[in-house]
Design a protein around this ligand. Sequence first.
Ligand code: ADP
Length: 310
Amino acid sequence: MILTVTLNPSVDISYTIPDLRLDTTNRTDQVGKTAGGKGINVTRVIHDLNKAVTATGFIGGHLGGGIVSELNKNGIKTDFLSIEGETRNCIAILHDGQQTEVLESGPTITDYENAAFLTHFKQAVGYADVITISGSLPKGLEEDYYVKLIQIANNLDKKTVLDTSKSNLSNVLENSFKPTVIKPNIEELSDLLGQTVSSNPADLKAVLADELFSGIEWIVVSLGGDGAFAKHNNRFYKVNIPTISVVNPVGSGDATVAGIAVALEDNLDDIQLLKQAMTTGMLNTMESITGHIDINHFDDLFNRVTIIEY
Ligand code: ADP
């Protein structure tokens, strides 16, 4: 079983308002509401791959209850810790060919809830083979909270895939408890290193050899339509993908994480893992729903991914 961690999930609302007007009332009947947050997208894609998955994290109030029932209704198991605060809404208004977003920061986790989740997580990890940890931290948690989660998983000898950015990622890299996999995109990698990193394979190879990444088994730098560049221990790979028609690229990185997690659980070799990671990312771009794939196209895309050891 794969355990996915989403510490600050959301109800993602989309309003389509073609001619949005300011300082007056706008009405719409084109409303979309779905469970969101990077880890929730990972969860859905693992489920689409027909693999057992359980979603955990903090959940609160009426909106949180809605997320749990939506996941359960779709046959996805949940094991969230209930909190006093209310799970957030994230609103996207689609207008004039543009997208304006209002993102609530979400509830503040109390000290009691902070400690309770560590116990809760330890129990859940016991039943998992692989753990994915995605997104940013809610207010009230220390910046090194992900380090604590990784330490718990490492102590139980479980594999972890971490997909986060900025201080949440740098904190983990500077610590001695390392995840099995990180999956930065090129902007997140540049941000982390404080320098613009090009997608040129030779540059990426030099950058990933940096001491900062030592102790992390897999680093998969996703490059959008250009595929990925990856390091597994001392081996480096450039992964090339076919040109496909993209419908909605949002959540592709999360789908990639799902593909990696399933590959780790199935003990796939390097080439198979990378092909699967790219295939799930590409499949996500072909769907309008964020964090969803149609497995019927899996084999066709998988066979068109090519890998060069670098
Ligand atoms: P993130 O969503 O984290 O920024 P990326 O944009 O790098 O991640 O996308 C992750 C993966 O999804 C890519 O490695 C690729 O397999 C697939 N993907 C993303 N954008 C495209 C695209 N435009 N065309 C084809 N595949 C894509």
